[in-house]
Design a protein around this ligand. Structure first.
Ligand SMILES: NC(=O)c1ccc[n+]([C@@H]2O[C@H](COP(=O)([O-])OP(=O)(O)OC[C@H]3O[C@@H](n4cnc5c(N)ncnc54)[C@H](O)[C@@H]3O)[C@@H](O)[C@H]2O)c1
Length: 305
């Protein structure tokens, strides 16, 4: 099998490619990468998803290239929007010429301030189309729309995944790239204050990366009934951010305290995945609970920070 993986040097991409067997080309501009850990057989090309050109043929085109950290993408709104629009178009064209299976990581962010929690795939979303986060969530929504257009007009075999807060080793913790789990772990290991936006009552549902890899590999199977599928991949167990912070302080044995910062604009108050469809279709369910996943992630960070 020949895989072309855009954004394959990042957190999810690196875990995915180390589980794939075949000839793997990763195209990544390395814009958000800190920990590059790719298997030696992977060919890495430093290039943007919007501009990469090739005449080669692939069995799979996988598009993970994006700037997913809110603090980072609000500083790079144009790059963020283009990766998920022109980038998606370019990746789709490469897939169409190859008659490849096309896989895209959309995001739970496309649901915006969802009224239905846990959120099923047929919830249409409640998104601010011009807000500071729209460069990310609206471009993911456009990508989904364009991908379904390729499915309907050209019969391309497409699969859309909406991941919800996946965490684990290699999830960048620093500066504007840090995401909540890795940022809290790093702060706790350094005995610094854990910084919580707002009052900490906002919820997220966390999925450990090995569970994500398993779901994704099942989504990539060459099954005809997965053509055109849209699936949530995440957890339905809601955790308040304040509880996550306290749990990480306990698991690290840290002396850290919690410091509250002003809330982020348009930050969704609650988020959890309805994964009924993924469970049925993929015969999959999360196996690693939050405490166990955090312990593994903490162990990984302990030797790197
Ligand atoms: N981790 C999560 O919880 C989560 C949740 C929802 C959606 N996603 C989506 O999953 C995908 C992977 O996310 P991740 O968590 O591994 O983040 P990441 O930042 O670690 O990985 C993204 C990768 O894309 C690359 N990239 C960014 N812009 C690019 C461009 N224009 N051209 C080429 N490469 C580019 C980055 O260098 C990086 O290697 C993204 O599409 C993201 O939106 C992730």
């Amino acid at each position: 099998m020949r895989y072309l993986v855009f954004g394959g040097a990042g957190f999810l991409g690196s875990h995915l490619v180390e589980s794939l067997e075949g000839e793997i080309t990763v195209v990544d501009d390395l814009s958000t990468v800190k920990y590059i850990e790719l298997p030696p057989n992977v060919k890495l090309i430093k290039e943007r998803v919007e501009s990469f050109k090739t005449d080669e043929k692939f069995d799979y085109v996988i598009h993970l290239a994006a700037r997913p950290s809110p603090d980072d993408y609000v500083q790079h709104p144009v790059e963020t929007a283009l990766a998920n629009s022109i980038g998606t178009y370019n990746a789709l064209e490469i897939a169409r010429r190859s008659d490849a299976i096309f896989f895209f990581t959309s995001s739970s962010e496309i649901y915006g301030h969802a009224d239905v929690i846990p959120t099923p795939e047929d919830y249409w979303g409640k998104v601010n189309p011009t807000g500071v986060r729209s460069c990310y969530d609206e471009s993911k929504r456009f990508s989904e729309s364009l991908i379904m257009a390729y499915y309907r007009e050209y019969g391309l075999d497409v699969r859309i995944q909406r991941p919800f807060n996946v965490y684990g080793p290699r999830l960048r913790e620093d500066g504007s790239y840090g995401r909540v789990v890795s940022r809290f772990i790093a702060q706790a290991l350094r005995n610094e204050d854990l910084t919580v936006y707002g009052d900490g009552n906002q919820t997220r549902a966390f999925l450990y990366v090995s569970d994500w890899v398993e779901a994704t590999k099942r989504m990539l199977e060459p099954r005809k009934d997965l053509k055109g599928v849209v699936l949530n991949v995440g957890s339905d167990k809601e955790t308040r951010i304040i509880d996550l912070a306290n749990l990480i302080i306990r698991l690290t044995g840290s002396r850290s305290k919690i410091r509250f910062l002003p809330p982020r604009p348009d930050d969704p108050p609650r988020r959890a995945a309805d994964v009924t469809r993924a469970k049925q279709l993929l015969n999959w369910e999360p196996r690693v609970n939050l405490e166990e996943g955090l312990k593994r992630t903490i162990e990984w960070f302990k030797v790197r920070l």
